[in-house]
Structures are given as C-alpha cells and as structure tokens.
Write a protein that binds this ligand. Structure first.
Ligand SMILES: Cc1cc2nc3c(=O)[nH]c(=O)nc-3n(C[C@H](O)[C@H](O)[C@H](O)COP(=O)(O)O)c2cc1C
Length: 203
C-alpha cells in the first residue's frame, strides 16, 4: 500500500493507517510502498524522520489489531527505491530494526537511465532489465549489512530463471516479478519456480 495521490505529505501517515485498517484482514503480508516514483512526494517518506514516524504508526496499528480476538499480526515489509545511496539504505535498515519490521522488498523502479538506457527519454520509473544489476547490488548490500537475518524479497529485472537465481545468490529469500510477467505471460511464475527448484536440487 502507498500514499494516495490526493493525500498531501503531512497527511501521509493517516492515509497509510486508513489503508491498513481496510486491508489488513485480507492480506497475507503488507508491503509498505514508499518508493513508487510516480506518486508525488511518496519517496520523501524514505527520509529518516518521516520513515520512522510512518513505521512507528503502522507497527503500533499492527500490534493493536492483533489483540482483538482471532486476529494476528500481519508481516510488514518495506519496499524501497533503487535510487537510494548505501548511506540512506543504512538509515532505512536502522528504522526497520527499530520498529521490528518483518522484511524489505528491494527494489521498486528506477529514475536512473543506466548505461545504454540513457537513450530512453520518457519520464517515470523504469523497470525490467535496466534495473537488474542495481537491484541485485542493493539486495547484496542489505544481506551483508544484516548478516542475512532480514528477509529480503528480491525484485527488479527478473525475466528468466537465471535472473531470479541471481537475486537468491545476492541474498534474497523470495523473489517478486512484474515486468517479466507482462512479457512472458501468466505461466512465467510457474516456469521460474520450477527452474529454481531444479537448481536447488542439483546444487
Ligand atoms: C506499471 C507498473 C506499476 C507498478 N505499480 C506498483 C505498485 O503499485 N506498488 C509497488 O510497490 N510497486 C509497483 N511497481 C513496481 C514493481 O512491483 C517492481 O518493483 C518493479 O517494476 C521492478 O520489478 P520488475 O523489473 O520485475 O518489473 C510497478 C511497476 C510497474 C512497471
């Protein structure tokens, strides 16, 4: 879930809390998206102070909900941008640890136009192969910084089993796909899952 376009930054926390209240009963886990480049000001929620305020509010709401009969805490995972510096990622990891989040999703789309993709002139977040290397780098950084203890969902440029395996090798626990599914169709997830399970069997 992410801040609605209509909600100004100073009302972002209330907006996320409203979404959490509506969605928590239906979710297996909650992705806290502070990294979509297409919603005005959303990425500013990655700044340390704002992020701490948001994570404090959501983890408290999660705890409060879980005391109700029949309810349990939902795993909360933070989805981050690939355009953060390692220093900024350190701050984000500090906030994740402070509020006991369950994991991180790395990464969302990029505003960079790396290497030969500099020719792309459209604005907005870029997904798919141009993102693959940076997202793996960030996954690897996070896995090392947390000694492999923080669950990481790896995402960015997965378009076959090899690129999915690269995310696992970098330290991801799970993988997520978006663009690959668009280009490869509905059986893409099954094909990748089968190939990864073979890979594990023969390793
Ligand atoms: C058209 C489009 C819409 C997206 N919408 C969301 C979104 O609503 N929430 C979110 O967390 N990520 C969103 N993403 C980011 C993807 O989930 C994913 O993190 C990113 O595209 C990188 O993975 P990929 O290379 O497999 O596409 C979107 C990506 C695209 C291309």
């Amino acid at each position: 879930m992410g801040k609605s376009k209509a909600a100004p930054l100073d009302q972002a926390v209330a907006d996320y809390l409203g979404s959490f209240a509506l969605l928590a009963d239906h979710a297996d886990y909650i992705a806290i998206n502070v990294s979509s480049p297409n919603t005005p000001d959303l990425r500013k929620l990655q700044d340390e102070e704002r992020l701490r305020e948001l994570l404090a509010a959501l983890s408290a709401a999660n705890r409060d909900r879980a005391v109700q009969p029949g309810k349990t805490k939902k795993p909360l995972l933070l989805k981050i941008a690939p355009d953060l510096s390692f220093r900024q990622i350190d701050d984000v990891l500090g906030a994740i640890a402070e509020f006991g989040l369950d994991g991180v999703i790395a990464t969302n789309t990029t505003l960079e136009r790396p290497g030969s993709f500099a020719r792309i002139t459209q604005t907005g977040g870029l997904s798919g192969p141009p993102l693959r290397r940076r997202s793996s780098e960030i996954i690897n950084y996070i896995a090392r910084a947390t000694n492999g203890r923080l669950p990481i969902i790896g995402v960015g440029g997965i378009n076959d089993a090899a690129s999915a395996g690269e995310k696992l090798d970098a330290g991801a626990t799970l993988v997520q796909v978006y663009t690959g599914m668009i280009f490869r169709g509905p059986f893409f997830a099954l094909d990748v899952a089968r190939a990864l399970s073979d890979r594990q069997r023969f390793c």
